[in-house]
Design a protein around this ligand. Structure first.
Ligand code: UD1
Length: 374
């Protein structure tokens, strides 16, 4: 990756200075195609990291693997309560934006970083864009649901990944600000899939790809923070298949330790995987069991059946196309679920891998309109 001095670029309404605010693992994946598209067109694009995710395996490793430059600012907020994280990001980001003076700020998905950045920018002069707008689980007890609703209602421009998300935005009266661009995660996934096919990444010691296994992740508060619920899920995972490999988020490890839960049976715990390792692990798995939104979609796109350990999903297309089943108590047998016939996902569902290109086109267009009107 060449080092570009973005500060020396001439800024005009059709070449605004763009900043992305990210903080958690899936956002590093989403920002990568946007960054590369801006770089290709000579548009100034820099990254502010809130520091919500700070472990090397959850943060720096992703910047390295996705070939995105180090953040210009890291607010280093670390872990904390929802209010604590949100408040600290808000105060730090406001100052950082005073110094960096971008024209356009991009926020991604539904984390506390998204919420904080949307609140800050909406009271400033920058043009606010929400990437991955219009997702809804209709479960307000999820912090992510609140975060994305607020971001959608505050942003000037809503870039929606799917037709469903466009409909949901219209239902909330937001259609004039919404544009369908496809899912930027498809861009990142397809690029990494090609690299993984050409040159498989080295996997953690002992992770054999060519034998039948189930790939699992669990990190949502609703599954990890109640000891009875977590014990129940771990018991189910122990028995669901002879080889279940769970890449454990630090939150899960901490809860297992605190509650004295020790996996046995078929279940083994692994460190979080890098993005290329995740793509390789999902491609080779016979099934995925997860509560992650991104992974449900990645499984479907890579042709691996998924079981979702939740009561609902925002990515309803993964279910309607037959690739995913919502099964909060994991009482579907893997064999039953894997043996169904499924057709590969068509490009119309989540996009054709060119969502970043369309996103940048729309951002430039709409920002010029906004700029001319103020
Ligand atoms: C966050 C997002 C979630 C997203 C997930 C992706 C919110 C509300 N949640 O959840 O939507 O799906 O990121 O992974 O924003 N921790 C570490 N090291 C780290 C980061 C976290 O050890 O680098 C541990 C800490 O104990 C922390 C806990 O994980 O308290 C939870 O981290 P947090 O950022 O609050 O939420 P996630 O569960 O990661």
């Amino acid at each position: 990756m060449t080092n570009v001095n973005y500060r020396s670029m001439k800024i005009t309404p059709n070449r605004p200075r763009v900043i992305s605010v990210v903080g958690a693992r899936p956002q590093f994946v989403k920002v990568a195609p946007i960054h590369h598209e801006c770089a290709k067109r000579g548009i100034s694009h820099e990254i502010i990291h809130s520091g919500q995710h700070y472990d090397e395996k959850l943060s720096a490793q992703f910047f390295h693997d996705l070939d995105i430059p180090a953040p210009v600012v890291n607010l280093n907020i670390g872990s904390g309560t929802h209010a604590g994280q949100t408040g600290e990001i808000m105060a730090g980001l406001d100052k950082a934006l005073d110094e960096l003076r971008p024209d356009v700020v991009l926020v991604y998905g539904d984390t506390n970083t998204t919420l904080a950045a949307a609140l800050v920018v909406s009271k400033r002069s920058e043009y606010l864009v929400h990437i991955e707008a219009g997702l809804r689980s209709f479960n307000r007890s999820m912090p992510e649901e609140v975060n994305r609703i607020v971001a959608d209602h505050l942003a000037h421009l809503l870039l929606a990944p799917t037709k469903t998300s466009m409909t949901l935005l219209a239902n909330e009266g937001l259609s004039t600000r919404a544009r369908l661009v496809g899912d930027v995660m498809v861009d990142a996934l397809r690029q990494t899939e090609e690299r993984v096919k050409a040159r498989p990444p080295s996997m953690p010691d002992g992770w054999v790809l060519n034998q039948p296994y189930v790939f699992a992740t669990l990190h949502r508060a609703e599954n990890t923070d109640d000891p009875n619920r977590l014990r129940f899920l771990i018991d189910r995972l122990n028995g669901i298949h002879p080889d279940v490999r769970l890449a454990a988020h630090p939150r899960l490890r901490a809860r297992l330790h605190n509650f004295g839960i020790v996996p046995d049976g078929g279940l083994t715990l692994w460190e979080p995987l890098s993005y290329p390792q995740t793509v390789a692990a999902v491609r080779s798995a016979i099934a995925v069991v997860t509560d992650s939104g991104g992974l449900q979609k990645e499984a479907a796109l890579l042709g691996t059946a998924c079981i979702t350990a939740r009561h609902e999903t925002e990515w309803v297309e993964t279910v309607t196309t037959g690739w995913n089943v919502i099964n909060p108590n994991l009482d579907t047998t893997i064999d039953q679920w894997v043996s169904k016939d499924r057709s590969p996902l068509r490009n119309e569902v989540f996009g054709d891998g060119h969502a970043a290109q369309r996103s940048v086109d729309v951002i430039l267009d709409e920002y010029q309109r906004f700029h001319a009107a103020v």
